[in-house]
Every structure is written in structure tokens, then in C-alpha cells.
Design a protein around this ligand. Sequence first.
Ligand SMILES: Nc1ncnc2c1ncn2[C@@H]1O[C@H](COP(=O)(O)OP(=O)(O)OP(=O)(O)O)[C@@H](O)[C@H]1O
Length: 314
Amino acid sequence: MSTKLISIEGLAKRYPNPGGGGTMTVFDDLWLGIEEGEFICVVGHSGCGKSTLLNILAGLETPSAGGIIVNGKEISGPSLDRAVIFQGHALMPWLSALGNIELAVKSRNPSWSSAQIRAHAMKYLELVNLGEAADRKPAQLSGGMKQRVGIARALSLEPDVLLMDEPFSALDALTRGGLQDEILAICDARKQTSFMITHDVDEALYLADKIVLMTNGPEACIAEIVENTLPRDRTRESMFKHPRFYPMRNHLMDFLVTRSKSFTEEIAGTEFDKRHPPVVSPGIGVSAVHPVDTEIPEATSPGKPQAPRHMAGG
Ligand SMILES: Nc1ncnc2c1ncn2[C@@H]1O[C@H](COP(=O)(O)OP(=O)(O)OP(=O)(O)O)[C@@H](O)[C@H]1O
């Protein structure tokens, strides 16, 4: 029996072949365990199945094989325990910012009085610094403000798991940076288990405890789990100057640019086991004081993973 909050076990997704006849396997035999309070980012090229994976976690899609266990129960559909923040905020246009959150709070707590619902919704609107915009309709809010309402709505459900599908990708860099800071502060304070898809390597390095690397599709798989070796109390400014930043960043970029395409050849003849994707810690051994001029130790360099520590179902 798994001790993880989330255990993805042998997950596969197949769709009918677009060219007709047979099926197309998006990904196959994914195994991943997620601890309570962890912030996971999934990185991989377009089409490898990141959104499909998140939608299965949300209960919006069903897997073709395998399953996902959350809190000891297999996912069989959507649940308010798993809140989703989408790229397009999906707000009800006829409701105010506060009204949108109240709707979610009411669905979560049907027995609450209107006053209780309002107070709870307002608390989360204020948490994302939108208290003063409570009465505004989505059309009267900027893109960043709308996304804040989406974040407040998801958090107001006080979910076990927060699922985010490229939540900031449609925003300008400044707004994105501000929202990343807010989400990080909130998730840290609440020890919120979070699962985010992003194409932005720096976003993953700033937010994630672990970064899951997916190979290119079709038939994508989890190639590695990269432990973020930057200090947990990193700030956006300090992160870039840390000696482990470039070992981390280079490892991720090397995967995306080269290894994600040729992974099948990389593992040919090795004992690579999809059930226990290797866990690597780039930059460990690099001095935290001196500039980056130290070699990454063999045991943690690409292709020489540490003994797997992060196993689902195990
Ligand atoms: N409902 C569907 N029917 C058929 N094929 C689908 C369906 N949904 C997704 N796919 C296919 O599954 C594959 C994975 O799609 P998915 O959106 O999960 O990828 P992704 O990694 O999230 O991509 P991106 O980074 O571009 O958002 C793609 O080839 C896509 O065309």
C-alpha cells in the first residue's frame, strides 16, 4: 500500500488513431508518487501528454490502463478535493469576482449560511489581493486579475491537491512573476500539494520541489524526476545567482533540447525501469559559496542517476 498522497500507477492513455485504424498511445506506463505538501512541475515538449495527465488527475478524463490513487482511493471522476486552475480562467461572466468564488464555496459547503460563504470567499479574494475588486465582473478585470480570481476560487475549496495547467502562460512577464510569488507564498504557507504543468524552465525552478521530465510523444514516459537543489527559501532574484542554478537549468535544458527526443536510444541496453524513474539532483556537490566551476559528481550527472528514492506503489 502506498504511503504517498498521490500514486500514479502504470498509467497509459490511448486515443483512436487520427489517421484511422488502431490507436495512438500518448503515454504508457507512467509511475509517480507525490508526497503531501510537495510542489511538482511537469515539463516536456508539446504533445507528450502533460494536459492529458493533469486531466486524468482531475478526473476529467479516464486512463486507458493503470490508475491514480489519491488519499488511498482510486480516482473515478472529478472531486472538489482536487481543484484545477486552467490557463483560461473559466470564470462565470455574469457573476462578480466574489460571486464566482462564492459559487465554488457553496458547492463545497452546501450547509453553510450565505454570510459564512461570503466571509470565506472574501478571505480568499483578499489572499490574492483582490478584495477591492470583489464587485467587478470578469469583463472589468485584467487578465492577471481574472487569473487571481481563478486561483482564489481553487484555493477557497481548500483542496487536498491543487492542479495547474500552465496557469500563467497567457500573462505578461511582470504579472506572471507577481502571481508566481503569490502562489509560492500561499502554497508554502498552506503546505499545499501542487501539480503544475509548465513550459517555462525558470518557472519550474522557482516553484517546484521536484520537476518531472517527460519524453516526447507519442508513447511518452517519465524519464527522470529532478530534485530541485536550490534552497527552499529562494527568491526570484537570489535564485539566478545561486551556484546550483546553472547546473539545474542546464540539466533541464539539455533534456528538453536533446535527451527528450533520443531517450529510447539513451536507455537501450540499460536497466531503466519505468516503475522507478531515476531521481537526480543536479548541482549537488557544487559549492554554495564559490561561483559555478565545479563538476557535478558522477552519481548525479545526467544519465548516471542516484538510486531511485521516489517510487510510486513501492
Ligand atoms: N480528445 C482527444 N482525442 C484525440 N487525441 C487527443 C485528444 N486529446 C489530446 N489528444 C492528443 O494527445 C496528445 C497529447 O495531448 P496533450 O494536450 O495532453 O499534450 P501536452 O503535452 O499537454 O501538449 P501542450 O504542451 O501543447 O499543451 C496530442 O497528440 C493530442 O493531439
